[in-house]
Design a binder for this molecule. Structure first.
Ligand SMILES: Nc1ncnc2c1ncn2[C@@H]1O[C@H](COP(=O)(O)OP(=O)(O)OP(=O)(O)O)[C@@H](O)[C@H]1O
Length: 434
């Protein structure tokens, strides 16, 4: 198995003293509007510093996990993937550029960079909640470096000029590397889950404690951010032309009703398959057909699918799979100025109040036997079996918070559950990493 060298670990430690730089959905879209090779190159330059910083924080944290958790074989495996990806990015040879090209890259970005909108804070995320590492103070890194002075990405450089072949070549090599890295990290969630299982087995624990819970929250939030930046960069390099609705993996006109309808069909299908039902509980959808906003459709599908699956399961298990007449699940979409809110209401018996905090913890599930973790379970981020890992709700809440939204759950034990999915439509909220 590949192992990091001492000098690589020293370099990782150095990078981990820098804080991550968060970006907002709006900034990503502005950056990606028909980018030139020069702009894409600037993006690659930013990522070639930003990604190693984010990866370095994770390596450090994984290696410092308390109580022997850091020694679990699966945790070590994940830490090595992060270290290897860190090494590959930092060692990718940079092109030799003439002075004129370097000046053009810098001066272009200075001019238009000023027009980029500022980011705002998610009202439901306390400052520092998901920051890169718990020991940082957020504004600096303790080394006297100012964050702004180090990296700035979301600036476009003069379009319409010719860029030399070295720029094209580097862009293509960098994109290929990012694809390899994204693929390497596909099984991170399941491998981490295995690591936690190894730990629980070894220590004979039923649940994980708070510090591990907040570590996992930061870890998965960071993973969403890393994959978003990589996904966006790869998509922009593969098809830089804006097709009207998509900028990279962001859809500027995500149609809520269509996506919800598709998630309903998928979740009902999985439910019928799992319980052997002829007809899963019905789902009533109330949504304006032309309601659309800027979002990543994959994230929204994931959150809707997970919450609908929970509701379907609760309804079937409360009323019995031989029931002839399940109470319908209601999905109501409200179109506010600040948020689009989606409420998923079921009559699936609710959750006891004492168990509410547990639904947000990783590995809490009321499924009796957790299905075996297949290596390719996480191949696509958006496919999952009916239930069983206890990851559905906490990960969905991170997806919601990542772009300034939130996921809330209110239950009436003995009757049913309402889940509120708030999606921030202003899209100016920065990634919650500081
Ligand atoms: N609508 C609901 N009604 C009743 N209980 C619910 C509902 N949603 C979630 N729960 C409870 O919360 C637990 C955790 O849900 P979560 O979605 O995080 O994981 P899971 O569904 O068990 O597994 P998976 O990781 O496959 O989603 C569930 O096992 C269930 O007991």
């Amino acid at each position: 198995m590949w192992k990091p060298s001492k000098s690589l670990m020293d370099k990782i430690t150095h990078y981990s003293t820098f804080p991550a730089t968060g970006v907002s959905l709006r900034q990503m879209v502005q950056f990606g509007q028909n980018p030139s090779q020069g702009t894409l190159f600037r993006g690659a330059q930013f990522l070639s510093e930003e990604l190693p910083i984010r990866l370095a924080h994770r390596v450090k944290e994984l290696n410092q996990l308390p109580d022997g958790l850091n020694e679990m074989p699966s945790i070590q495996k994940v830490a090595n993937w992060y270290a290897q990806s860190f090494e590959e990015i930092t060692e990718l040879p940079k092109p030799k550029l003439s002075r004129e090209i370097r000046d053009r890259l810098i001066s272009g970005s200075r001019g238009s960079g000023a027009q980029l909108p500022p980011t705002t804070q998610n009202p439901d995320v306390a400052p520092g909640m998901y920051r890169s590492s718990p020991w940082q103070n957020g504004s600096g890194n303790g080394n006297g470096h100012s964050r702004k002075a180090i990296r700035r990405y979301y600036a476009t450089v003069d379009e319409g000029v010719q860029w030399p072949p070295e720029i094209f070549d580097y862009n293509s090599r960098f994109t290929k590397l990012l694809q390899t890295i994204k693929h390497r990290h596909d099984p991170v969630v399941t491998t981490m889950a295995m690591g936690i299982n190894e730990y629980k087995r070894q220590k004979q624990r039923m649940q994980i404690d708070n510090s591990i819970q907040s570590f996992l929250d930061r870890f998965y939030m960071s993973r969403i951010g890393i994959r978003m930046l990589i996904g966006q960069h790869v998509a922009l390099n593969s098809a830089p032309e804006n097709d009207g609705e998509y900028v990279g993996i962001i859809c500027t006109k995500t149609n809520v009703k269509d996506l919800a309808q598709e998630a309903i069909e998928n979740a009902r299908f999985v439910c019928e398959d799992y319980y052997g039902l002829f007809d899963a509980p019905k789902v009533q959808l109330v949504c304006r057909p032309d309601l659309h906003f800027m979002y990543v459709p994959g994230h929204l599908s994931h959150m809707l699918f997970e919450t609908l699956k929970n509701s379907l399961r609760a309804v079937v298990e409360t009323h019995g799979s031989d029931s002839e007449d399940f109470p319908p699940i209601k999905v109501i979409v409200a179109d506010g100025k600040e948020d689009i809110t989606i409420k998923v209401s079921d009559e699936g018996g609710g959750i006891p109040r004492s168990a509410i905090p547990l639904v947000w913890t990783y590995m809490y599930t009321t499924v009796e036997s957790t299905p075996s973790i297949e290596p390719d379970f996480n191949k696509s981020d958006f496919k999952a079996p009916m239930a069983g890992f206890g990851y559905g709700l906490p990960i969905s809440r991170l997806y919601a918070r990542y772009f300034g939204g939130d996921l809330k759950l209110i239950s009436m034990e003995g009757y049913g559950t309402d889940v509120y999915l708030h999606l921030n439509r202003l899209s100016s909220s920065s990634e919650p990493l500081q």
